[in-house]
Ligand binder design. Structure first.
Ligand code: ADP
Ligand code: MG
Length: 534
C-alpha cells in the first residue's frame, strides 16, 4: 500500500544528483560478511514490498491518461480529484497486467478478490482513502527465481527463489512538492489513481546483494511482460525493504522498514547497512525498534523517519462502489450474459499470450549457441542486446561462442563508454557482421578488427571494408616484407633467440605484430620465426 505522509517519489533531477554523488556510502564493516552464514552468528533477514506502476494508457479507475512528465495536474479526471458523485470504473487492462505478472511469477490467481478502502489523510490523496485489496488480493503464493554471482571468485552463478506472498491491485497517490522557501506544499494529481501492483515478498533473502538481484530479475520479467516499465529512478518500481536479524533456526527478529530507495545499488547498500546496524545495536545490548527508516545515499546510512502517526488505524472497509473482481478460467466459464462484456478477464488467453521470460531466454541462449551462463545474463540484462547478438549471428559465419566476446566486451564497452542504449548503437548488427566476416575470412587480424570497430564508432555509417581499404589495414602476408621485419626483431633481441622456447616465440610474435601494428599474418610469422630461431 502507499504509505501516508511521505511523497514516495521526488523529481528525477534530484535522483540523478544523488545517484552520482561522489561521497561513497559507508560500507558494511569487515566483521559482517554479507550473505555469509556461520552458526550462532546473527544473520540478516530481508522481505521486500514492491510497488510496480502498471504500464497502461489510462488509470486504474478512471479514463485519465497515464504519463510521467506531463505538466502538473494536466492528467486529472473528476474522479481522480474525488469530486462528489464520481464513481470508479475498473480498467480491464490493469487487471490483466496484474494477472499476467502473477502468472509469470507462478502465483495462484484468486478467482474472486475484493477492493477495500484504506483511510489516511494526506494532501496528495484527495478522497481521504486509497482503494486497495486488503481482504483478498488478486493473486497469492508465487515465486520468483533469480540468480547472482557467488563463490570465492564471484564467477559461479547461484540460483535462488523468493516466495511471493501476494500481488494486490491498488491506486497510486498524487505527488506533493514541498517549496520550503515559501513554506508551501504544491499538489500534482497526475499520478493519483494510476494503477499499482503491490508485490509482497516473504522474508526469504538475507542480504542486499540478493535483494538487488531479485529486483533486477523482477524488472526484466515486468519489462518482458510489458506490465511495468520498471525504472526505479523514475519511480515506476518502488522498493521498500523490511530488514531484521536473527540466529538461524531461531524466531525472526524485530524488523525495520527502509523506504525511499531509488536504485538497485542503493537498495543493496541500504540493506547491508541496516543489517550491520542492527547487529551492532544488539551487540551493545540495545533493542531494534520496529520503525520506518529512510536511506540517505550521501552518507550511506539509514535514518529514522519522523513518523508522527505512530501506529495508524487505517479503518479498512469494503469499497462499496466496486463489485468483487472476478477472473474467469476460460471463455467457457464466463456467464452467457457477460461474454464479450468490457470488464471480463479470462485467464486462458492471458496464459497463452505470455512472452518468453528472461530465465527461458537465458536457457535458450546457452542451449542453442553454446554460450556460458554469465554471457546469457549479460545479453538478457541489457535491453536489446540479445536481439542484436542474434541478428549478428544470422549474418556471419563466426561461431556464436566467438562472437559473444565482440558483443559483450567490444560493443557493450563502446556503448557504456558513450552512455548509449543498444537501440542508439551507431554500428548496426549487419555492419558488425560485415567487419567480423573480414576477420573470419583472414583479410584482417583481430587487433585490426577492433581498431576498425573504433573507427566505425567515431564515424557512424562507415562500413568496415571501406575503413580497411582507406587506411590500408589489410593483413600483411607478403613473405619478403615479413622476412625483413622478423630479421630486424631477431637482430635486436639476440637474448631471446638463444633458448627458442614457445614462450619466447610468442614474445617474438608479439614484437613482430607490434612492428606491423597487428597486421602480420600470425601463421606466416610463426613459421618464419621458427625457421630463423631453430
Ligand atoms: P504486516 O502484516 O505487518 O504488514 P507482513 O507479514 O505482511 O507484515 O510482511 C510485510 C513485509 O515484511 C513482507 O515483505 C515480509 O516479507 C516482511 N517481513 C515480515 N517479517 C519480517 C522480518 N522479521 N524480517 C524481515 N522482513 C520481514
Ligand atoms: Mg502486510
Amino acid at each position: 500500500s502507499v504509505q501516508p505522509g511521505k511523497p514516495s517519489a521526488t523529481s528525477p533531477r534530484h535522483w540523478k544528483s544523488s545517484d552520482t554523488s561522489p561521497t561513497s556510502p559507508t560500507r558494511a564493516s569487515s566483521r559482517f560478511r554479507a550473505c555469509s552464514r556461520r552458526p550462532h552468528e546473527l544473520v540478516g533477514v530481508v522481505g521486500l514490498e514492491i510497488h510496480a506502476q502498471i504500464q497502461s494508457n489510462t488509470k486504474l479507475f478512471s479514463g485519465s491518461k497515464v504519463g510521467f512528465s506531463a505538466p502538473p495536474n494536466s492528467l486529472v479526471s473528476f474522479f481522480d480529484a474525488s469530486l462528489p458523485g464520481t464513481l470508479p470504473v475498473l480498467n480491464r487492462r490493469c487487471v490483466e497486467a496484474a494477472v499476467m505478472t502473477a502468472l509469470a511469477l507462478n502465483c495462484t490467481i484468486n478467482k474472486k478478490s475484493f477492493f477495500d478502502r484504506k483511510h489516511y489523510f494526506y494532501a496528495d490523496l484527495p478522497a481521504g482513502y486509497q482503494i486497495t485489496q486488503q481482504r483478498r488480493a488478486v493473486a497469492v503464493d508465487g515465486q520468483l527465481a533469480y540468480s547472482l554471482l557467488g563463490g570465492r571468485k564471484r564467477n559461479q552463478i547461484q540460483s535462488r527463489t523468493v516466495r511471493i506472498k501476494q500481488i494486490q491491485l491498488e491506486q497510486d497517490s498524487g505527488k506533493s512538492l514541498h517549496d520550503d522557501q515559501r513554506s508551501q506544499t504544491l499538489i500534482d494529481l497526475n499520478r493519483a489513481g494510476v494503477g499499482l501492483m503491490e508485490l509482497v515478498m516473504e522474508p526469504d533473502m538475507s542480504c542486499g546483494e540478493q535483494a538487488a538481484a531479485a529486483v533486477r530479475e523482477l524488472q526484466l520479467v515486468l519489462q518482458a511482460l510489458g506490465t511495468c516499465q520498471g525504472n526505479m529512478s523514475e519511480g515506476q518500481l518502488r522498493v521498500d525493504a523490511n530488514v531484521s536479524v536473527h540466529r538461524p533456526g531461531e524466531e525472526l527478529g524485530v524488523r525495520t522498514e527502509v523506504k525511499n530507495i531509488n536504485s538497485a545499488r542503493f537498495l543493496s547498500r541500504a540493506i547491508d547497512y541496516e543489517i550491520q546496524r542492527q547487529i551492532e545495536a544488539l551487540g551493545r545490548g540495545e533493542a531494534v525498534l520496529n520503525e520506518t527508516r529512510t536511506y540517505d545515499s550521501k552518507s550511506g546510512h539509514t535514518i529514522p523517519m519522523r513518523d508522527k502517526e505512530g501506529l495508524q488505524d487505517y479503518r479498512f472497509m469494503p469499497e462499496p462502489n466496486l463489485p468483487p473482481l472476478v477472473v474467469y478460467e476460460d471463455r467457457g466459464s464466463v456467464p452467457a450474459g457477460l461474454l464479450g462484456a468490457e470488464g471480463v478477464v479470462v485467464l486462458e488467453g492471458l496464459r497463452e499470450g505470455l512472452p518468453e521470460l528472461p530465465s527461458v531466454k537465458r536457457a535458450r541462449l546457452v542451449r542453442s549457441y553454446g554460450l556460458l551462463p554469465e554471457h546469457s545474463f549479460t545479453l538478457v540484462n541489457e535491453d536489446g542486446l540479445m536481439e542484436y547478438f542474434e541478428a549478428v549471428v544470422k549474418e556471419t559465419r563466426k561461431e556464436p561462442r566467438k562472437l559473444i566476446g565482440w558483443v559483450t566486451n567490444e560493443l557493450l564497452g563502446h556503448l557504456k563508454h558513450h552512455n548509449l542504449s543498444v537501440s542508439k548503437c551507431p554500428v548496426s548488427p549487419s555492419a558488425l557482421a560485415e567487419l567480423l566476416e573480414l576477420q573470419e575470412a583472414g583479410h584482417i587480424s583481430s587487433t585490426v578488427a577492433k581498431q576498425v570497430l573504433g573507427e566505425m564508432w567515431r564515424d557512424p555509417g562507415r562500413r568496415a571494408p571501406e575503413v580497411v581499404r582507406e587506411q590500408d589495414l589489410g593483413l600483411v602476408c607478403d613473405s619478403s616484407d615479413l622476412q625483413r621485419v622478423c630479421q630486424r626483431v631477431l637482430d635486436s633481441h639476440p637474448d631471446l633467440v638463444r633458448p627458442p622456447q614457445s614462450k619466447v616465440l610468442n614474445r617474438l610474435m608479439g614484437l613482430v605484430q607490434k612492428e606491423t601494428k597487428g597486421r602480420a599474418d600470425p601463421v606466416l610469422v610463426r613459421s618464419l620465426l621458427e625457421e630463423k630461431t631453430s
